[in-house]
Design a protein around this ligand. Sequence first.
Ligand SMILES: *[C@@H]1O[C@H](CO)[C@@H](O)[C@H](O)[C@H]1NC(C)=O
Ligand SMILES: *[C@@H]1O[C@H](CO)[C@@H](O)[C@H](O)[C@H]1NC(C)=O
Ligand SMILES: *[C@@H]1O[C@H](CO)[C@@H](O)[C@H](O)[C@H]1NC(C)=O
Ligand SMILES: *[C@@H]1O[C@H](CO)[C@@H](O)[C@H](O)[C@H]1NC(C)=O
Ligand SMILES: [Ca+2]
Length: 438
Amino acid sequence: MKLATWCWLSSAVLAAYSFLVAANNVTEEEVKDEPAKDNCPLRLESRKCEGDECPYQVNLPPLTIQLPKQFGRIEEVFKEVQNLKEIVNSLKKCCQDCKLQGDDNRDLGRDGLLLPGTGAAGGADDNSVTGLESEVNKLSSDLKNAKEDIDVLQGRLERLNLVNMNNIENYVDSKVANLTSVVNSLDGKCSSKCSNPEQIQSRPVLHLIYNDCSDYYTIGHRSSETYRVTPDPQTSFEVYCDMETMGGGWTVLQSRLDGSINFTKTWQDYKAGFGNLRREFWLGNDKIHLLTKSKEMILRIDLEDFNGVKLYALYDHFYVANEFLKYRLHVGNYNGTAGDALRFSKHYNHDMKFFTTPDRDNDRYPSGNCGLYYSSGWWFDACLSANLNGKYYHQKYRGIRNGIFWGTWPGMSEAQPGSYKSSFKKAKMMIRPKHFKP
Ligand SMILES: *[C@@H]1O[C@H](CO)[C@@H](O)[C@H](O)[C@H]1NC(C)=O
Ligand SMILES: *[C@@H]1O[C@H](CO)[C@@H](O)[C@H](O)[C@H]1NC(C)=O
Ligand SMILES: *[C@@H]1O[C@H](CO)[C@@H](O)[C@H](O)[C@H]1NC(C)=O
Ligand SMILES: *[C@@H]1O[C@H](CO)[C@@H](O)[C@H](O)[C@H]1NC(C)=O
Ligand SMILES: [Ca+2]
């Protein structure tokens, strides 16, 4: 019976609607910064006092965080959605009443579609049936309108994207990071304008925050060493900085050079990082996430084989998502000499893949765990055209290709199955802000 179909339709619309509202979208939102204030908002003054131990007072500019104005509108949208839900509910109830009525009049009912206009053709029929028909037609068009309204609202919700707390968190983080960098840059400027020139000698050391190695480079540190970075206001940790390659300022994420560290590790190990920063190590997925989240980064991969051939790959964008998103990899355009093994082909592409470890299968290989098979934690596809966390072999090896691998290396893919496979002497992954100029 057609009436039953409409009833079903209305509950389907309801179900679809609640699914859409529940779905969170992870698209990131661009946030525009206001133009910088040119005068110096940071003031350093000494209070009037005797003796040489005078207290200082630092006035920091107030921190105002403006949330996007669409915030107000999301509430509106929720209200509208709530109203619609009520309308759909009442339609549903109406529909059920109609069905009961329809059952009562079953004997008078007809087969076929109840379209507007059929009332005229069925003029000979009982009045109550015609009335019922037009009521049902009205209901069905109301329902159609409601569905269209819901579609429109769904579109608006998707555009707002504000259900996602990550956006807000990123926005606030970027504001705090910006304020910190403004304070850092004012440190030098203000001292010359401060009221008492005697204070310049004794000016207090402000706590400066270095997001990554490029900030150390900027203030004049030129030796490749370990430094403490603070990519996120709540988190700081040691990293190794490469201040030589291509101008310097690189934060090193991974290094292989002698096989002293076993890279067959668990999800938890790859999350926290392991090894020795001055030798071989994996910095850790949480740290890599914070470093790549605080600024837009580029990635450089340096490789050296046992014949002394050195090549590199450069990606003009590099981002690793958080653990909730399984540390999904995002790489930009390739440039370099080693070949684009991260995006080798349609079938072997590590971009946008989740991180997999021997104990956590997030890869695209349905019947097994690539991380377990290749003894590595990596952004496996099904399975690989690159794997810099494979086993360290000191020479050519046979069997499963589970060594350090870069599929576009000259001669690398030519080896026949069962023949000897070559590995790498050195591998290194490092990042630097995209707009950094050494
Ligand atoms: C998120 O939004 C994008 C476009 O804005 C869309 O392509 C994608 O399917 C949405 N994802 C979900 C889970 O709704
Ligand atoms: C901080 O924000 C100002 C504008 O408010 C902008 O000019 C500047 O480039 C930002 N700095 C950083 C490091 O993002
Ligand atoms: C590396 O660690 C894995 C897992 O603990 C172990 O199975 C493997 O034997 C180790 N490899 C070496 C060379 O020690
Ligand atoms: C690749 O990098 C080199 C050196 O940085 C640069 O000169 C060249 O323009 C880049 N090529 C592309 C296609 O980006
Ligand atoms: Ca799998």
